[in-house]
Write a protein of this length. Structure first.
Length: 624
């Protein structure tokens, strides 16, 4: 992270190494607090062609180089470069090269980088001429007005030695200087906590002298501190303001970027959706479909809302891949969540739950008074889920479909255990402290200390615990690793790297660098393709039943089966989806299940929030 101060309005640039994971969250947070956000990235530059991956290159064969987006064009080019680095140039690190930067230079401001930048590396090796040649290359790529020679001063000897050479090159070539400050922690006092975080990330111990260390100067400095550090080049400080003034990127939030479903030739999408809905209505309700006013009124109402809100393609896209799954014999779940309140979802076969039969409300799914994107969670057979994703990828484009990143964070219990471990505490000691934190959803360390007197006493009276707690308070909530969302898939109307940066997962799959919430804010089409082992088990069981009873139909099994209710009442729920945990098994035994509605009530109540009311509900069952 780099900082520029404009009198009257601060501006901060976030330039993470090789990625844009936090760009949208950072942008939104900065805007809320009156800070001008500048989106950038400290990219890795390959020493040669980025697709050339030689073993001799080693882990450090990539230079650091800073790019900042001036506008939407710059952002799109930055996204392209970061994606190229991950998908095509990755070799230990996500690398780009001069050719790639030349192809995507428009709208970007470039800074020459830190001690690991090409120019600094040449000066460190006693090659000032090569450093000047490198400056000439970047000047030609980005233009003289968009390339700045970057100065750092974190109290490191090599920076002091190189800065005069960098200043000379800038003066000789009439290039701008810029003072930059790497920010790895907010306050200088956080240096030790940051040190602990590095140990957590690298699997090191705090007392290991040979591990990676960072200097204490990597904190968020103010304008006066920066001016004092770069007194020999005041223009380098003033240029931070000029650069900040030139960076005016605004994200386009809320504008749908959904693909348009291709209807059969000669038909409009709206017309085709209506045709499918009325065909499905007849299949689901038989003769009622023609004469039941309630059915027709509900269907027309939902269609009008969908047409008004512009989600016609959304429903056609979901219908299409659900239809594909069923045509290939891929087990699909009956539906879950608010989508079950839509009669359109029911007649299209997206769900198998009649919303009228169960009194479900469409507005929970799509509300014309408060328009937000629909969200349909769909269960597929665990072993064949990938086939549906492959179908969608082939239909809308290989690069237009991606899985979604998730971020693991240091929660209250985990941060205590991790900090204790790298400090050299025994497992039992760290576990003792973690277990003092109440098992409360989203509990914070601060609240835990207020809630548990024993924990508060340990913090006050045990020096080791006090130190651990101080570190943990600083690190709580920080992202510690990336993963892939178990179900999330995003589908774009064009290659995704025209909107968002991409990377690869551990199995080489393409993954977005933005998580669920930013993707939704940016108007991307996000769907949950859940892989459910239970569907696979049910499918296998049905195949065995067919051998005995070829006429068996899962959709016609009775809802009021006394034998099934008795199994739940006895607590024999091992392997039964959503009711196999110890707590909910006990709940079933107390409930005295006598109908499908009782099962619905159990599943609705057994979750954070209403769980506390289960005893009251059970007491009132005879009155219901």
């Amino acid at each position: 992270m780099k900082r520029a101060t404009e009198y009257g309005m601060p501006a901060v640039a976030m330039t993470d190494h090789g990625n844009l994971f936090g760009a949208v969250d950072f942008f939104q947070s900065a805007k809320k607090t009156g800070v001008k956000p500048i989106i950038g990235c400290e990219v890795y530059v390959a020493p040669g062609p980025m697709r050339e991956k030689k073993a001799a290159s080693g882990r450090d064969a990539a230079f650091h180089f800073t790019l900042l987006a001036k506008d939407e064009t710059g952002y799109r080019n930055l996204v392209k470069l970061v994606t190229l680095g991950h998908l095509e140039g990755f070799y230990y690190k996500p690398r780009v090269d001069h050719e790639a930067m030349a192809a995507h230079a428009e709208g970007l401001i470039a800074l020459s980088g830190c001690l690991k930048g090409e120019m600094n590396m040449s000066l460190t090796q006693g090659q000032p001429r090569k450093a000047a040649e490198t400056a000439g290359i970047y000047r030609d790529i980005f233009g003289k007005e968009n390339f700045f020679v970057e100065l750092h001063n974190h109290g490191i000897d090599q920076q002091r030695q190189n800065n005069p050479g960098l200043i000379k090159i800038a003066r000789d070539m009439d290039l701008g200087l810029v003072a930059a400050n790497d920010v790895h922690f907010l306050d200088r006092a956080h240096h030790e906590a940051h040190d602990v975080m590095i140990c957590i990330g690298t699997g090191s111990m705090v007392h290991d002298e040979k591990r990676m260390h960072y200097v204490p100067e990597l904190y968020f400095k103010n304008g006066d501190e920066m001016a004092a550090l770069f007194a020999e080049a005041p223009d380098a400080v003033s240029n931070t303001v000029r650069i900040a003034e030139r960076c005016n990127l605004e994200f386009e939030f809320g504008q749908p970027k959904y693909p348009d479903y291709p209807p059969p030739e000669g038909k409009e999408r709206g017309e085709y959706l209506r045709e499918l809905c009325f065909k499905g209505l007849a299949e689901r309700y038989g003769e009622r479909a023609e004469a039941d006013e309630e059915l027709l009124k509900r269907l027309e109402y939902e269609l009008s809302v969908i047409e008004k809100t512009g989600f016609i393609s959304y429903f056609l896209i979901v219908w299409d891949f659900m239809n594909y799954a069923r045509s290939k014999g891929i087990p699909v779940g009956p539906g879950r969540g608010s989508a079950a309140g839509s009669i359109i979802a029911y007649v299209l076969g997206i769900t198998d739950l009649d919303p009228l039969r169960f009194g479900l409300i469409f507005e929970r799914f799509l509300n014309p008074e408060r328009i937000s994107p629909p969200d349909i969670d769909i269960d597929f057979c665990m072993s064949r889920r990938g086939e549906v994703i492959d179908y969608v990828r082939k239909k809308y484009g290989e690069r237009a479909v991606s899985q979604i990143v998730t971020f693991g964070t240091l929660g209250a219990k985990s941060v205590v255990r991790d900090v204790g471990r790298v400090m050299g505490m025994s497992y039992s000691e760290g576990d003792r402290l973690a277990k003092m934190i109440p098992n409360e959803l989203n509990i914070t360390l601060e609240r835990a200390a207020e809630t548990n007197p024993d924990l508060k006493a340990a913090i006050e009276n045990e020096p080791g615990t006090r130190q651990l707690w101080d570190y943990a308070l600083v690190l709580e909530g920080i992202s510690r690793n990336t993963g892939i969302h178990a179900a999330g898939v995003v589908i774009g109307d064009r290659p995704l790297d025209e909107y968002i940066p991409l990377c690869r997962g551990k199995e080489d799959e393409v993954v977005t660098q933005y998580s669920m919430s930013p993707l939704t804010d940016l108007g991307m089409l996000k769907m949950d393709f859940l892989g459910l082992k239970t569907l696979t088990v049910i499918h296998d069981a049905i195949q065995l039943i067919y051998e005995v009873n070829p006429e068996f139909d899962l959709r016609k099994i009775p809802e009021e089966d006394r034998g099934a209710f008795d199994i739940l009442n006895r607590g024999e729920t091992v392997g039964v989806f959503q009711v196999e945990g110890g707590g909910i098994t006990g709940c079933c035994k107390k409930f005295d299940v006598n109908s499908i509605d009782d099962i619905i009530a159990i599943l609705a109540l057994y979750r954070p929030g209403p769980m506390q009311f289960i005893p009251d509900y059970i007491e009132r069952i005879p009155q219901l």
